[in-house]
Write a protein that binds this ligand. Sequence first.
Ligand code: ZN
Ligand code: ZN
Length: 126
Amino acid sequence: MKVRTCEECGRLLGEGVSELCPQCYDSLDADFDRIRSFLDQNPGLSCNEIAEALDIKVRRVLRLLRSGRLEGLKVTGLSCARCQQPIAAGVLCPACADTVRRELSSLDSPLRIHHTPGWGAGAWGR
Ligand SMILES: [Zn+2]
Ligand SMILES: [Zn+2]
């Protein structure tokens, strides 16, 4: 059995629990509420500006964005890691996500993923 730990605090996770422990989920929930009410008053901010203004780690803001929970809010500053086209959530635009998926599944061709600044570890498989 695979041992899984919380991505935020490293605590051991029980089976069937997703990537965060209940405590970190709660604090992420609290951050989410703060971000949302902040965005209501200050629409159109980038992830970095939100993180700085609220003293929340950028990766937390990004985690919430990637999970789709901030969808519909006017967050700017997210762009596709490959073609730089603005996207609402995630790391890649749908077209590039499709291309990468095809490249990854093609066993004959070597991986040709271009590393872009801001392409953080953990961009995959979330
Ligand atoms: Zn935790
Ligand atoms: Zn793209």
